[in-house]
Design a protein. Structure first.
Length: 95
């Protein structure tokens, strides 16, 4: 999974500030990526809640509950309201 490999490389050198992750992508499961990112953080010694903030994007309201179990920090429902998205990004990045 290229996304997970890229994140793993960034952990020590240039960590991400935030990840927006769609649950449904062609050929890949966003929840699986979320799970692997959180596993990578744990392996790197990053404690739960101190890793990169991850906001899940989904068209299915019930799916975000599953995402929280894997460690997402917030969610945005499709169709995306730009004002809500900006507010959530600002909250997670503490702008």
């Amino acid at each position: 999974m290229e996304a997970v490999n890229a994140y793993n490389l960034s952990i020590k050198k240039n960590p991400y500030n935030l990840i927006l992750l769609d649950i449904e992508m062609p050929g890949i499961n966003g929840l699986e990526i979320l799970k692997k990112i959180r596993e990578s953080e744990k392996t790197a010694g990053i404690r739960l809640g101190e890793g990169v903030p991850i906001i899940i994007v989904t068209a299915y309201e019930k799916r975000f509950l599953e995402a929280f179990n894997y460690g997402c920090d917030d969610y945005v429902l499709k169709p995306i309201d730009p004002d809500i998205l900006v507010k959530k990004i600002e909250q997670k990045m503490r702008i």
